[in-house]
Design a protein around this ligand. Structure first.
Ligand SMILES: [Zn+2]
Length: 352
């Protein structure tokens, strides 16, 4: 894209306006000040965006002195994103507005004919709602959506979706190790951006246990949800907690989990661990025990809190909606790239 062309520059300024308004309502003057774009240009851009139904007036700011300014906000109803969470036994679908709020949610069992069920569910959920769909986020695996939804899609890992939802609730996320504890174990580290940790489930955390990766004693063979159900003979995670044999399997998995966590925490200099996924709903006593094991594996001066998800089972769909909006509505990645180019070029005032 040639950024010096006026129509491209205008497109980018529109995206900057959307981004500025993503989490707060602002006046035209404030947007102009923050973006460093003159008031006349910003006024023109905003007027068009209001006409198009992307922005709306949100009432006047209450200032103690001077003329109150009209605040602008994103029009939540301007568009939707869909999130589809593909689990081994169930599929869940949700529709969210342009601010990422979930409007509708449905779950159905996953069968051979899940594409037909998906098609039917989405039709039913949309009903007479002919609001534009900006895009779809699919969690956990890529599925063919042709003939079902005519919008771009992005495929996310479970941990990407879940950690995005946790981050929206955290004041500071830097140096956090996020761990999704579900059928599978997945991890990412956040340090000025997400760093995927595909090897985390294959950290050697116990002596035995053949893993599909070819290794031995991998964490996933000791502690993944699938492994726990298999070992305990339980059918689902609820049973895992209510049945003594289930709880015993969970307790046995805590030592390898703590071993892998403390290794990763030390290697990454992580300051916090956040556990998401279905197994983050295990009882408090499980997490207290895990915290004690991690503490005892780390040097005495090093306390790293092991917290559990604040989003709970909404995490994957909320996070998927946030990331779908990032991708298809706010174009966050493009803006981040541009701002790094802009800051680079300001270091070279002669236009190198
Ligand atoms: Zn492995």
């Amino acid at each position: 894209m040639d950024f010096s062309r006026p129509d491209n520059a205008r497109k980018i300024n529109r995206l900057k306006v959307l981004s500025a308004l993503r989490h707060e309502e602002l006046s035209k003057a404030e947007i102009s000040r923050r973006l460093g774009i003159n008031k006349v240009s910003i006024g023109e851009i905003i007027d068009i965006m209001v006409k198009e139904g992307l922005l709306e007036e949100a009432g006047k700011a209450a200032y103690s002195s001077g003329r109150p300014a009209m605040l602008l906000s994103i029009k939540a109803n301007s568009g939707r994103v869909l999130s589809i969470d593909m689990r081994k036994k169930a599929v869940s679908v949700s529709v969210s507005d342009a601010l990422g709020r979930i409007l509708r949610f449905e779950r159905f069992p996953r069968t051979e004919s899940f594409r037909e069920d998906l098609d039917r569910t989405i039709r039913k959920m949309r009903g007479n709602d002919d609001v534009r769909i900006y895009g779809t986020a699919i969690v956990n695996e890529d599925i063919d959506l042709s003939g079902i939804i005519d919008a771009p899609k992005v495929v996310l890992s479970r941990i990407e979706a879940e950690s995005a939802s946790e981050m929206a609730r955290m004041e500071r996320a830097d140096d956090t190790l996020f761990l999704s504890w579900s059928d599978d174990i997945e991890a990412v580290f956040y340090h000025e951006g997400f760093i995927p940790l595909p090897q985390f489930p294959h950290i050697r955390a116990q002596r035995d246990g053949e893993c599909s990766c070819g290794g031995k004693g991998c964490l996933c063979t000791a502690a993944s949800g699938t492994a726990l159900l298999r070992k305990s003979g339980m059918k689902g995670y609820r049973e895992l907690v209510s049945n003594p044999a289930g709880l015993e399997a969970v307790r046995e998995s805590l030592r390898p989990m703590a071993a892998a966590l403390s290794m990763a925490v030390q290697a990454l200099s992580a300051s916090k661990v956040v556990i998401t996924g279905e197994l983050s709903a295990l009882p408090d006593s499980v997490f207290e025990h895990l915290q004690a094991l991690v503490d005892s594996a780390l040097p005495p001066s090093r306390h790293v809190p092991v917290e559990r998800s604040k989003s709970g089972d909404k995490g994957a769909r909320e996070g998927a909606a946030i990331l779908a909006l990032d991708e298809f509505f706010y174009h966050t990645r493009l803006l981040t790239k541009l701002s790094s180019i802009e800051s680079l070029s300001s270091d070279f005032p002669n236009g190198i």
